[in-house]
Ligand binder design. Structure first.
Ligand code: FES
Length: 74
């Protein structure tokens, strides 16, 4: 099963984004403003959302309907 652990467009790991969020209180928009993560292809958005909610930094590939559900909840 493929593992997703970073924003591929910006080359930033979710562990680094989690650290940023913990240090600065950045939410999804704040992370995008500071790093650009989530503002490219946006494939990482549901994973960043889940990272912010769960603290996990590595995920199995989400099926498309699950990714959409995370994005729509923003
Ligand atoms: S993977 Fe994060 S914007 Fe493309």
């Amino acid at each position: 099963m493929p593992v997703v652990d970073r924003c591929v467009c910006r080359g930033v790991s979710f562990a680094e984004l989690k650290d940023l969020a913990e240090r600065t209180g950045a939410d999804l928009e704040g992370i995008a403003d500071r790093t650009g993560c989530g503002s490219g292809c946006s494939m990482c958005v549901p994973y960043i959302q889940k990272m912010l909610e769960s603290g996990e930094t590595s995920f199995e590939l989400m099926p498309a309907p699950v990714r959409k559900w995370f994005i729509q909840r923003k």
